[in-house]
Design a protein around this ligand. Structure first.
Ligand code: MG
Ligand code: MG
Length: 252
């Protein structure tokens, strides 16, 4: 699982290298698809069936600004000041990787940078709460407390998940919750924690494209995701932002 997840991190780092105003999300998708396949893996998002009809047409989800998740890559060039959340999944040697990072395009406003920083912080607070003997609700509680405490919205309609041989397994891992609620966290559990946090209200709707989840107030949203394994008494982050952050430098 670590191999599949490190490949996701490397794919996102490749994307970090090319993101700038003028680049299209279709170009990002093509780069990701080629990189994943060249490394002997399969991009798992491609062809995922939708309950509403078409299967997902691309290898990564690219959600721009008010799109929260599941944005379909397009030929629309990214603009200076945009943010884009690139969610990537790979299947390598029978195991799944899943991680997402929200990138800045050119110069982004301080308000939006703070949203990204807070969302990323909440991801790590969630991870720190994923200790054996605690419960799934403890993870959501930590994320919710940090994000709502900073005035942001926590999307309820989409949640993190178990992961392993399948991309989505039990249990669900909400980004909100009560301490001490939900299933027991134990050694051996592998989960993807993925706060989806809005600058304004937390209400979202499904776009008519059948995939993109968009904020109702059209304010931007951020999405950071790691896959972790609970073992040896604590959380082990299997995916990695290290290379992405090297490329980005000290943005914040
Ligand atoms: Mg994901
Ligand atoms: Mg996920």
């Amino acid at each position: 699982m670590r191999q599949a997840n490190l490949l996701v991190g490397k794919t996102l780092a490749e994307i970090a290298r090319v993101i700038k105003p003028g680049v299209t999300t279709n170009e990002i998708d093509k780069l990701a698809d080629t990189f994943i396949r060249d490394n002997g893996a399969i991009p798992t998002f491609k062809g995922v069936p939708s309950p509403y009809g078409d299967s997902f047409p691309a290898s990564v989800c690219c959600s721009v600004n008010e799109q929260v998740v599941h944005g379909i890559p397009s030929d629309v060039p990214l603009k200076d000041g945009d943010i884009v959340s690139v969610d990537c999944g790979t299947l390598l040697n029978g195991f799944n990787g899943d991680s997402c990072y929200t990138f800045c395009v050119g110069e982004v406003s301080d308000d939006v940078k703070t949203l990204l920083k807070t969302t990323k912080e909440s991801l790590y607070l969630g991870i720190e709460s994923a200790l054996p003997g605690r419960r799934i609700g403890d993870i959501g509680y930590a994320i919710q407390k940090h994000c709502e405490g900073n005035g942001y919205g926590v999307v309820r309609e989409l949640v993190g998940h178990g992961i392993g041989r399948e991309m989505h397994e039990d249990p669900m891992v909400p980004n909100y919750g009560k301490r001490g609620n939900g299933i027991l966290i134990q050694n051996g559990l592998c989960i993807a924690i993925e706060p989806m946090i809005t600058m304004g209200k937390r209400d979202v709707y499904l776009d008519e494209d059948g995939w993109s989840v968009v904020t109702r107030d059209s304010l931007p949203a951020a999405h950071f995701e790691h896959t972790i394994a609970i073992h040896n008494g604590g959380p082990d982050i299997l995916s990695s932002f290290e290379e992405i952050e090297c490329v980005e430098g000290s943005l914040y």
